[in-house]
Design a protein around this ligand. Structure first.
Ligand SMILES: NC(=O)c1ccc[n+]([C@@H]2O[C@H](COP(=O)([O-])OP(=O)(O)OC[C@H]3O[C@@H](n4cnc5c(N)ncnc54)[C@H](O)[C@@H]3O)[C@@H](O)[C@H]2O)c1
Length: 306
């Protein structure tokens, strides 16, 4: 957004779910007069209202959330606060403001939960969440539907499928695995490795998110729509690890583990609707994307000896 000359307000509470130093380092790449950052707790409604009133953004990309499937069994309250209350506060601000043009918000492939039909399509019923994380993301979609219907707010939900790449989340397998392989530590391979994921490269996700924000021609009578942003090419977890090993240049020490509570064995995205409306297609395979992740990991965590 900055590269194409927009003014951007960034909001984040910089919480310690994972090392906030990484969040600050990401922010440090975004300096410049067009970018303002405010450390705001979005579940604090007066604080969020004050920040948004002062800066009056016209378009919003709402990514803030308590992410992570497994952690939702340890700290369920964080999911309700950051995924439901925070989103409600954003919707309430938009409702009161009255001139917000479009809000794009992050949903998740996890809303497909226990569905067995593959690939997952936006029109499928999504009533079988297997984690509280998934339930809160689905709740966001339902809340968005109501606010679009009742208050004529334009809202687009994006169901992201396992995103990876430089600057990624340290609690997710790609980054965790890459670091462990560099350090010669064992990696835990869940589901005995019998899992397939529609790993999606960050630049494809970023491009799709901006396209969704810009492209507003496909709303129906209720101005709310949902798209899958996934790679449309599920990869066996074991092949994913093979490619990672090759990029690091060292073998992984694999420790096979059973499936974890809340995990799903396969995620695969049907992106026909996304291609039709947004003309978006992912272009980065794991063979191209994982080496870029590994290059970033090597530099950021000083595995290159510097
Ligand atoms: N990474 C993936 O594979 C993936 C897949 C599906 C959906 N998503 C969704 O995409 C979005 C971005 O995910 P991510 O991987 O970049 O996660 P992330 O944890 O790196 O980013 C979320 C940010 O939100 C901030 N935040 C959390 N609660 C907040 C609150 N109450 N107030 C203000 N800020 C708060 C966190 O500090 C964090 O920096 C999330 O909504 C996530 O649920 C991600």
């Amino acid at each position: 957004m900055l590269a194409r000359g927009e003014r951007v307000l960034g909001i984040d509470n910089l919480n310690a779910y994972y090392d906030p130093a990484l969040k600050r380092d990401r922010l440090a790449t975004l300096d410049g007069a067009a970018f303002t950052f405010l450390p705001v707790e979005m579940s604090d409604r007066p604080a969020l209202m004050a920040a948004l009133k002062a800066h009056a953004p016209r378009r919003v990309i709402h990514l803030a959330a308590q992410a992570g499937v497994r952690y939702s069994f340890e700290n369920p309250q964080a999911y309700v606060d950051s995924n439901i209350t925070a989103f409600l506060n954003l919707l309430e601000w938009a409702r009161a403001d009255g001139s917000v043009q479009h809000i794009v918000y992050a949903s998740s492939s996890s809303v497909y939960g226990g569905n067995t039909k593959q690939p997952f399509a936006v029109g499928d019923a999504v009533d079988l969440p297997v984690s509280l994380y998934a339930a809160t993301k689905r709740a966001d979609e339902l809340m968005a539907q109501v606010y679009a219907l009742q208050f004529d707010l334009r809202l687009t939900g994006l169901r992201y499928f396992t995103v990876y790449g430089p600057w990624g989340r340290p609690d997710m397998a790609p980054l965790k695995f890459a670091r462990a392989i560099f350090e010669g530590r064992p990696i835990e391979v869940y589901g005995q490795g019998d899992m397939r994921r529609d790993f999606t490269y960050i630049d494809d996700i970023a491009r799709g998110t901006v396209l969704a924000l810009d492209e507003t021609g496909h709303f129906g009578s209720v101005p709310h729509r949902v798209y899958n942003l996934g790679n449309n090419h599920p990869e066996p977890l074991l092949r994913f690890i093979d490619v990672l090993e090759a990029a690091v240049g060292r073998p992984a020490v694999r420790v096979m583990q059973p499936m974890q509570a809340g995990d799903v064995r396969e995620t695969s995205a049907d992106i026909d609707l996304t291609i039709r409306d947004l003309e978006w297609k992912p272009t980065t395979t794991i063979d191209a994307g994982l080496p870029r992740l590994v290059d970033w990991v090597r530099g950021y965590y000083h595995y290159d000896g510097r």
